[in-house]
Design a protein around this ligand. Sequence first.
Ligand code: AMP
Length: 599
Amino acid sequence: MAVDSAFSSPLGPPACQKDAKALQFIEEMTRNADLIQERVLAEILSRNAEVEYLKRYQLDGATDRETFKSKLPVIKYEDLQPEIQRIANGDRSNILSAHPISEFLTSSGTSAGERKLMPTIKEELDRRQLLYSLLMPVMNLYVPGLDKGKGLYFLFVKSETKTPGGLLARPVLTSYYKSDHFKTRPYDPYNVYTSPNEAILCADSFQSMYTQMLCGLLERQQVLRLGAVFASGLLRAIRFLQLHWQSLAYDIETGTLNQKITDPSIRDCMVQNLEPNQELANFIRNECSKQNWEGIITRIWPNTKYLDVIVTGAMAQYIPTLDYYSGGLPLACTMYASSECYFGLNLNPMSKPSEVSYTIMPNMAYFEFLPHEPGSITGLTRDPPSRLVDLVDVQVGKEYELVITTYAGLYRYRVGDILRVTGFHNSAPQFHFVRRKNVLLSIDSDKTDEAELQCAVENASQLLREFNTSVVEYTSYADTSTIPGHYVIYWELLVKDSSNPPTDEVLDQCCLAMENSLNSVYRQGRVADNSIGALEIRVVRNGTFEELMDYAISRGASINQYKVPRCVNFTPIVELLDSRVVSAHFSPSLPRWSPERRR
Ligand code: AMP
């Protein structure tokens, strides 16, 4: 389709008229970033002028940045917990927002071991939808012809709970997939999925994955891009194929649907898609039965142009495995978002993962940036709010923690993400995602911090008491060499009575005790999503941690300042630890987890 030259964009020639509008919108937003930010803040503050939280700080109707910054504190989730709890318990007064809180979005970030509850309002769905609508127009600038085929995306809903006051609590993507915005989205030739809505919306993860994989195999020649939200999700799909290709090939051969797929709406919709296809079944058996799965993605889906998965931040650990299975296909990280707020998008989605930068869209929320000096005491104290800088005032090369004020009632809220400014698109800065603060271990969306790990080790080591044994040192490692990955905890033990050392059985139980002590996102990954494997304790021989210190000192660490790292990922250190392992133990069963009602 010829595109009116009036719509041409500095980002590149748009693929169609609709794209031209989206690109123009990006230009407008990024050119006027400061003005938009000022308006967003004024809008949030004026509509919420009468809410309890803002009145408490005597904003007295002011909507300007100076007053806002001088009166409102910069807060963390825990500071807001009383208000969140009241809303969860059913208090419908205007506590945080003048618009009714429509539901809670459950973050993968936890507080006291439970998912954080993020309030949201109905219109936030429109804002999220708007950001989604910008992704393909940008992608079309770099990858032509995406309207000639489909996307195989593995998308899932997760369990929902209700708060005591009756509000739904569920992950943001579950909320989005279940919304009309997603379910009744208009046909867009550039955004056609192989997965039927019925499969995406099935809460049983096996049935959902099976059907999505089956549909992807049936349309393997049409698939132009493969994706999941995070890299770990796509690898889980590959693992699923490794485990279930025989059944999938059988279904394709016979034109029937596996009896384990009992969801009536999936069965109804699949009846129309299935007919016997011997040739395809043979092909799949032939490819999947090979020992070597290198490049399996491009063998099965030969027209794939790129993988659409987030591989920035904690997900970077999966890049080598994705490269292995895809034969090095480009990895596209398209957006940066959270339960609290969707932030922005990558205007150069085909860039190398290490060079990915996200442009924060100034219409999504009001953004502030807390300068982050690595090693400083920032974060230990309540930072003087005046130190925060506005979106357009951040400096290239510097690191900041993201602080947001949203339409849904978060005011100067610290997200906990550390970002580094890499440049600007017009007046909107672009950020490299550096890391999430305080995350030691992560396999999927789980985030385990040092305090949680410490507590888990302490709880587990109680079991060693009767053997007069204690854990003298420990460290950890996220082992992603297998799918799903799992936590490895290295323990050095002090066995005081060598005639009665802890048995293997007890050490296995220690693994389980650790898992039971970890936060609910971890346990959900283990139990409901099967996205995390059994925790492993590797007992190392005595003196290993001293060797670790010697090694660090030989590389320049100061003896006075040396602290045992509670997580290791530097290969020589992992190798050193592994070479000293005397026994390895795994959780013998799944930890406790249930989608309980929120307190
Ligand atoms: P959740 O609250 O569970 O929705 O998780 C949101 C968090 O996931 C963000 O605050 C980031 O720490 C992380 N995240 C989201 N998008 C990206 C991305 N594109 N790259 C790296 N980390 C991301």
